[in-house]
Design a protein around this ligand. Structure first.
Ligand code: AMP
Length: 505
């Protein structure tokens, strides 16, 4: 049997010269592909030496560092299941994740060791090790005495490589199981679709506890044998400093709006750049336009989710259309279905359902939930609403749980937001449904004004009345200085609904 371990797939793309650069940090510390292979071998040695077996889980809550990436690769190599956690998670959340994932090893930040040991003890976790931002800690200490080579454990394509907890804003967070084959097939597709080539340099400023930074960005670079300029987080000054050397940049929309706020950001700062990619949250059409006017680059927007990795992408060599997420990737089937599961024709809005080698097999230890989320013919219900336009581009209009039903009519928040965003003085907006005694839900808008703009709710409502059917016009308008967003730049509409639920109506 072939070894279908993802590390073997990635390694086949490493440069022949082990001295070729793999990572460079903001302090100009460089790691070669040889360093990466040896460091991941040593970490894998520590993991197996503790007695962990293929299939055992390793929960990792550490700061982003080169060593954190080596630890991910080490878990692949040892055949254990990598379970990264957002560094923001606190005690109660950690207790839930450890209880659910039942790991054999937890790796945490040195400063968090005592607290983590207490939680791990309660969850019956056998081992706790530490890894610091500077590559320090007990895991690194133990790795020093391990050999610098390691025979990557043989895995089948459908064995688990990772479990990523979804950033679900309702109910319990679910562990999405991803197999070696889910990740390898998607990585191969993306490298080809986005034209990765010799000479590419990826600027990596995303967190690596999420699919975007960990899988999409790292796998493309590693499979292509390219160097990554490795920043611990998105810091606009550090990004500006490294941008001149990068050929590819991947970000969430807020990265792009932050860059546009820099007066000296423009063509001169990106001489080598060939591709800007955006995803994880909707990129405003206005940002797309402004970015292109400033830099000459049309940002390539793509769509994916934790459970499926990447699903659709705007094309490399054809029109990248603002406000769309492009075409289904090769091998991925995307269809739009109505409430009863019947496929809808192009142009009609419905539920986005997907199938392909990238789609996960299910939620960890939640067979019921998994069954509910797949159709009889094997399509995954993404929970997103969208349509396929006349040119075949997929357009998303929001999450189905954000759909507003007012007096029996469906209102898609994105449609209303796009009208509000056109009003002079509006920076951005979020449209939500609030409980209403007559209509069930009433449309409400939360608006962030441009600095210094004097906007009034009556004027906003008056403008929209001339453009939209009455049932779509917000009954109430609220103003905020900024919208609440999670680490991936997604607007947290549940927080807005909670905050404004009692306000009027
Ligand atoms: P996550 O599992 O955290 O990656 O979140 C996945 C969700 O993010 C998707 O189901 C979409 O709702 C949203 N998403 C990802 N990419 C885009 C995009 N380009 N435009 C709009 N929404 C997106």
């Amino acid at each position: 049997m072939n070894n279908e371990n993802l590390y073997v797939t990635l390694k086949a793309g490493f440069p022949a010269d082990a001295a070729a650069p793999a990572l460079e940090t903001a302090d100009a510390v460089r790691y070669t592909y040889g360093d990466l292979d040896r460091a991941s071998a040593r970490f894998a040695g520590v993991i197996t030496n503790l007695g962990l077996r293929p299939g055992d889980r390793v929960v990792v809550q550490v700061e982003k560092s080169p060593e954190a990436l080596f630890l991910y690769l080490a878990c692949l190599r040892a055949g254990v299941v990598f379970v990264p956690l957002n560094t923001a998670y606190q005690r109660a959340e950690l207790a839930y994740f450890l209880g659910d994932a039942q790991p054999s090893l937890v790796v945490c930040r040195p400063a968090a060791e005592e607290a983590m040991r207490a939680i791990a003890g309660e969850a019956g976790v056998a081992h706790v090790l530490t890894l610091g931002e500077a590559g320090d800690g007990s895991l690194a200490d133990a790795a020093r005495s391990r050999p610098e080579d390691f025979a990557t454990v043989s895995r089948a394509g459908d064995d688990l490589a990772a479990i990523l907890y979804t950033s679900g804003t309702t109910g319990r967070s679910k562990g999405a199981m991803l197999t070696h084959d889910n990740l390898a097939s998607n990585a191969r597709t993306l490298v080809a679709y986005w034209g990765f080539r010799h000479g590419d340099v990826l600027l990596h400023a995303l967190p690596i506890f999420h699919a975007h930074g960990l899988f999409v960005a790292c796998h493309c670079a590693l499979l292509n044998g390219s160097p990554m300029l490795w920043l611990p987080r998105f810091d606009v000054d550090a990004v500006m400093k490294l941008l001149p050397r990068a050929t590819v940049f991947m970000g969430v929309p807020t990265f792009y709006t932050r860059l546009l706020e820099q007066p000296d950001f423009g063509r001169d700062t990106i001489p080598a750049m060939r591709l800007f990619i955006s995803g994880s949250a909707p990129l405003l059409a206005e940002t797309h336009r402004e970015f292109e006017a400033r830099t000459g680059h049309a940002i390539l927007e793509r769509y994916g989710m934790t459970e499926t990795v990447m699903l659709t992408s705007n094309p490399l060599d054809a029109a990248r259309r603002a406000g769309t997420v492009g075409f289904p990737l090769p091998g991925v089937a995307v269809r739009i279905a109505d409430g009863e599961g019947r496929a809808l024709p192009n142009g009609e809005i419905g539920h986005v359902q997907v199938r392909g080698p990238n789609v996960f097999p299910g939620y960890w230890r939640m067979p019921e939930k998994t069954r509910e989320e797949f159709t009889a013919d094997g399509f995954f219900r993404t929970g997103d609403l969208g349509k396929i336009d006349e040119r075949g581009y997929v357009v998303l209009v929001g999450r189905s749980k954000d759909l507003i039903i007012t007096g029996g009519y469906n209102v898609y928040p994105k449609e209303i937001e796009s009208y509000i965003d056109e009003i002079a003085g509006v920076k951005e907006s979020a449209v939500i449904g609030l409980p209403h005694r007559d209509f069930g839900e009433a449309v409400a808008a939360v608006i962030v004004p441009e600095p210094g703009a004097a906007l009034h709710d009556a004027d906003v409502i008056g403008t929209l009345k001339g453009e939209l059917a009455n049932f779509k016009v917000p009954k109430q308008v609220f103003f905020l200085d900024e919208l609440p967003r999670n680490a991936m730049g997604k607007v947290q509409k549940n927080l807005l609904r909670d905050r404004f639920a009692g306000a009027g109506a």
